[in-house]
Design a protein around this ligand. Structure first.
Ligand code: AMP
Length: 397
């Protein structure tokens, strides 16, 4: 079966068409500037040239139609007819407390996605728009919602509750949810398979280090803890997000800079993290090269990033009373051996030994610890689209 994977942002739509007979990507692409002047579609059919369409896209429905047109295009297409698409899998940011698994979309599911607009104000409305656009363009084709929060729903109360009056959990479902769930789920299960670990009891820590960064602890692929919270702001230092801060910082900045809470949260989401400390960039490569040229704040940003990851790993080893494997994934985790090495230097107390030669790996699966290392350290590229396609296939076949 061929499955179309859709990831809608507020003004973008990423897609992949995957042939699940051999899990190969037939085509992928992105629509950008949806609803804004200058919208365009970049379509990359596997084995053929890139195809760019500059066309007005007033909404996601127009964008979906352009994607379908590109997929069946005589020259640039990869299928003869859209009837070859057996199902559509949608990345949905927030499923609230209702969904701990992927689900075939019906009216009730759409209602829950809508009820979670408050919890995912930037993504959930776009995700729902994408689902409705696909329903309109491909009537009768099953749509599946794969929630980014589903993985974190396995956490126990002691891990997911904030220590605030319980009534706020009861009234508003304020709790820690965790995000990047599709990535943590995919990578933890792949690591168990690749390393031949016990599928029921393997203790795995996944460090998803990209522009957004989060870390998870899981036993047998079930989430014990994960660093993002009610929103993706909590946890590690990220490209532009602060990660953990004392909430009083918000009040202090608001009072002293005459800003609203929303404005300060915007600063914590968009002007903090690597960018905030370094003043250079949110991009790790830029920060690293500035540090190499002697920029002290860039070096501090890099050090603070490593330190925070190492602290979380220590906490998660305690939470699980041990760890069998630590896995690095996403842009930085998959590519940056220096950062991986610096983080692992904090972990020699666990008997971790990194093989410097193996640690040069970029963007491919590789064990980077030595055979004597007490804990296996692995680089494993994430593949959220494939995870969404597998979930979709599992529900519709
Ligand atoms: P992601 O959000 O997973 O796409 O990751 C983006 C981050 O990964 C950015 O901070 C990039 O600087 C970083 N990144 C991507 N490729 C590399 C690389 N080859 N070496 C170091 N960092 C990289």
């Amino acid at each position: 079966m061929k499955i179309l994977v859709i990831n809608c942002g507020s003004s973008s739509l990423k897609y992949q068409l995957i042939d699940m007979d051999n899990e190969s990507v037939l085509a992928k692409g992105i629509c950008e500037r949806i609803g804004i002047e200058g919208s365009n579609l970049t379509h990359k059919p596997t084995g053929k040239d890139k195809y760019v369409v500059e066309a007005p896209m007033k909404d996601h429905q127009v964008a979906i139609q352009l994607v379908l047109d590109a997929l069946v295009d005589e020259t640039h297409g990869v299928i003869a007819s859209t009837s070859e698409i057996g199902a559509v899998g949608h990345r949905v940011l927030h499923g609230g407390i209702k969904y701990s698994d992927s689900i075939v979309v019906n009216e009730d599911v759409k209602k829950v996605i809508r009820e979670c607009f408050d919890l995912g104000p930037l993504h959930n409305p776009a995700n729902l728009t994408g689902i409705e656009a696909c329903e309109a363009a491909m009537p009768g084709v099953p749509q599946v919602a794969v929630f980014d929060t589903a993985f974190g729903m396995a956490m126990a109360e002691k891990a997911y509750l904030y220590a605030i009056p319980y009534e706020y959990y009861e009234k508003y479902s304020i709790r820690r949810y965790g995000f990047h769930g599709t990535s943590h789920n995919f990578v933890s299960h792949e690591a168990i398979k690749t390393l031949g670990l016990d599928p029921e009891n393997a203790k795995v820590i996944v460090a998803h280090l990209g522009n957004g960064a989060s870390i998870s602890a899981s036993i047998g692929g079930k989430c014990i803890d994960t660093s993002m919270g009610l929103t993706p702001l909590e946890g590690l230092i990220m490209g532009t997000r602060s990660g953990d801060v004392d909430p009083t910082v918000i009040q202090f900045i608001a009072n002293h800079e005459n800003k609203s809470v929303d404005e300060v949260l915007n600063i914590l989401n968009k002007e903090s993290g690597l960018l905030g400390i370094s003043g250079v960039s949110s991009d790790f490569r830029d920060v690293m090269s500035a540090a190499a040229e002697g920029n002290n704040r860039a070096q501090i940003a890099n050090d603070a990033f490593d330190y925070r990851v190492a602290k979380y790993i220590g906490a998660y080893v305690a939470a699980m009373n041990g760890v069998d494997a630590i896995v690095f994934t996403a842009g930085v985790g998959e590519n940056d051996g220096i950062v991986r090495g610096e983080i692992c230097e904090y972990l020699t107390y666990l008997g971790i030994e990194i093989d410097p030669e193996a640690n040069k790996v970029r963007g491919e699966e590789k064990v980077i610890s030595t055979p004597d290392s007490k804990v296996t350290v692995l680089v494993l590229p994430t593949n959220e689209e494939l995870f969404i396609a597998r979930e979709t296939l599992g529900l519709v076949k």
